[in-house]
Design a protein around this ligand. Structure first.
Ligand SMILES: Cc1cc2nc3c(=O)[nH]c(=O)nc-3n(C[C@H](O)[C@H](O)[C@H](O)COP(=O)(O)OP(=O)(O)OC[C@H]3O[C@@H](n4cnc5c(N)ncnc54)[C@H](O)[C@@H]3O)c2cc1C
Length: 289
């Protein structure tokens, strides 16, 4: 049994929003919890982590939060886009295969059918997988509330485990990113004791424009090696547009190890996480040569 001060509030009210206007109205007093796929919210319901508020706002029937589309060189993923949709969308498979590769390493097919992009972002787990390629794509997250709309870089959205800059009355409406240009290269690597249904012990996404063995405009993003998803900007600057020879790769591995902040916990030690992060980066930089 949880200590008294850790008990989740009773759910006093349930709203099944049929439109965006109804959803933001139900969230407006800051007492609502959005329910998307429920794969995190339900599992955490009794944990007392403070994310379950007294009004449950089911957003699944809000058409404006759905859909994968491309217009004017920008790809938009509605917050309710599921991992299965990332795997099955022809647009994404053709233009952003790194998203499908990530979804392919995500949970099991049952969970992928319900787990949404919006839920993965809002949950703000340091081990949230789908967030990594989206940061690697310089995605913007669109937030909506009764007060209006705002967009901010996904990279600046996270404040700590379970903590974001999102206000209690806001919903994630969508994520958007520029359609990757020709030559775009994106890889996702994930480590855990099992090949599937695994929470990442270390995950990495590396993106950039690959030409002649050089990666230009690289983005190097790690999961589960710090309190939030972590971009290694010094390592990115070091390798940007340069020939990836042995000496540069060795330097990149050393610098990257100073940028991540893994901890020892029951899943893995700090040492192991650092080794895995270096192993992933070394393999993927060598693959670019
Ligand atoms: C068995 C199992 C395996 C899993 N494996 C993985 C894995 O491999 N990789 C991984 O990253 N995760 C994994 N997860 C975690 C989970 O499936 C994902 O984080 C998923 O993307 C959450 O999405 P959801 O739609 O289910 O969110 P929900 O559970 O509905 O919501 C999660 C949180 O986000 C909030 N929220 C949801 N949508 C919005 C929105 N549009 N705007 C504002 N707030 C919102 C909710 O209020 C809640 O606080 C796993 C979970 C389970 C149970």
């Amino acid at each position: 049994m949880l200590p008294q001060n850790k008990c989740p509030p009773e759910i006093e009210d349930y709203v099944s929003a049929q439109s965006l206007a109804e959803a933001v109205a139900a969230m407006a007093d800051g007492q609502g919890s959005a329910l998307a796929g429920g794969s995190d919210l339900w599992a955490q319901k009794d944990s007392g982590n403070g994310r379950m508020r007294k009004r449950l706002v089911n957003i699944n029937r809000v058409p404006d939060l759905r859909g994968v589309s491309e217009a004017g060189g920008v790809i938009r993923l509605g917050a309710l886009t599921t991992m299965t949709e990332l795997l099955e969308s022809t647009l994404l498979r053709d233009k952003v295969p790194v998203l499908a590769k990530t979804a392919d390493r995500f949970a099991s097919s049952q969970i992928r059918n319900v787990a949404t992009i919006g839920g993965n972002i809002a949950n703000a787990s340091p081990a949230g997988d789908a967030v990594l390629p989206l940061i690697g794509l310089d995605a913007q997250v669109e937030l909506v509330s009764k007060r209006g709309k705002r967009s901010l870089p996904l990279d600046s959205f996270f404040r700590g485990p379970g903590k974001t800059v999102m206000e209690a009355d806001e919903l994630i409406a969508a994520v958007e990113f520029a359609t990757p240009p020709k030559g775009f290269h994106g890889v996702f690597c994930k480590s855990g004791p099992r090949p599937a249904l695994e929470i990442s012990v270390v995950a990495m996404c590396l993106t950039g424009i690959l030409k002649g063995g050089k990666l230009t405009g690289p983005r190097l993003v790690f999961g589960a090696v710090g309190p939030t998803p972590m971009r290694c900007v010094k390592t990115e600057a070091l390798i940007d547009g340069k020939a990836l020879d042995d000496a540069l790769i060795a330097e990149a591995l050393a610098i990257m190890a100073t940028e991540i902040a893994p901890i020892d916990d029951f899943r893995a030690s700090k040492w192991y996480r650092t080794q895995m992060a270096q192993t992933f980066l070394e393999a993927e930089l060598n693959a670019c040569r």
